[in-house]
Write a protein that binds this ligand. Structure first.
Ligand SMILES: CC(C)(COP(=O)(O)OP(=O)(O)OC[C@H]1O[C@@H](n2cnc3c(N)ncnc32)[C@H](O)[C@@H]1OP(=O)(O)O)[C@@H](O)C(=O)NCCC(=O)NCCS
Length: 210
């Protein structure tokens, strides 16, 4: 842990503003996935991620996010919650994304998500808090912001009675070492058949038991 956490960093429920930063943060968590969903077209991706962030109902809405703010600027976030709460949001995403993409871009998104990526949001046992996204803007890496965000998620998970917190990441993501430093352990390692012919690495499921 850094000797001193910058006192200017405030962790609080996120607001719907600063969708540009939210979109950058989303992309940084799974670049291969976002590039595939939106054909590596930044304008399309930003439109979709902005709509998702600003919506009250989506899976990756600001409503289920805590932000790290410095002088009211969003520098990091954690999006997550009790798995049943997140599940109830899942079906809103298609409609929200469809409303901002062209028919062609939406058809590609649907085909990519259902055909290749739905494993990224699998079934979980009752009592799991799922960390869907955790990211800090690159300029702020290594300043204890990720630790504050994840500890806040663990504290909230315990407060609502969850048994554990779980998340997914690529085996090659250096964030693996961050999660180990946060007391998480590897629960499983998966190679997805539909992604075997791509450059996609295996993925890890991580768990923190309370
Ligand atoms: C992962 C991420 C959120 C970490 O945030 P951060 O603010 O840089 O991390 P912190 O400064 O709070 O570090 C907390 C601890 O993790 C360790 N750590 C952080 N990044 C690390 C890395 N790449 N390798 C090894 N250890 C790391 C720190 O040394 C620190 O350990 P310590 O407290 O024992 O000294 C950040 O690197 C990030 O946004 N990455 C891109 C998005 C991403 O991949 N998200 C995860 C996929 S869902």
């Amino acid at each position: 842990m850094p000797d001193q956490v910058n006192p200017a960093i405030e962790i609080r429920p996120a607001g719907p503003d600063q969708a540009d930063n939210a979109a950058r943060l989303m992309h940084s968590t799974h670049p291969v996935l976002y590039d595939d969903l939106y054909s590596a077209n930044l304008a399309i991706e930003t439109a979709a991620c902005t709509a998702i962030w600003e919506s009250d109902d989506a899976l990756e809405s600001h409503q289920v996010a805590y932000g790290a703010y410095v002088d009211d600027r969003l520098i990091g976030f954690e999006i997550g919650g009790d798995i049943n709460v997140l599940r109830a949001r899942e079906h809103f995403d298609d409609g929200i994304i469809k409303s901002v993409l062209t028919a062609e871009a939406f058809a590609h998104y649907e085909e990519a998500w259902r055909g290749r990526w739905s494993y990224a949001f699998p079934r979980f046992p009752e009592g799991t808090y799922y960390v869907g996204c955790l990211a800090v803007l690159p300029d702020w890496h290594g300043h204890g912001v990720g630790r504050l965000l994840l500890q806040n998620a663990f504290d909230r998970a315990k407060a609502i009675g969850c048994r554990d917190a779980q998340l997914d990441l690529y085996a090659s993501n250096p964030a693996f070492h961050f999660y180990l430093a946060m007391g998480m352990e590897k629960l499983s390692e998966t190679t997805v058949e539909t992604l075997r012919d791509t450059d996609t690495p295996t993925h890890y499921r991580m768990i923190k038991r309370f």
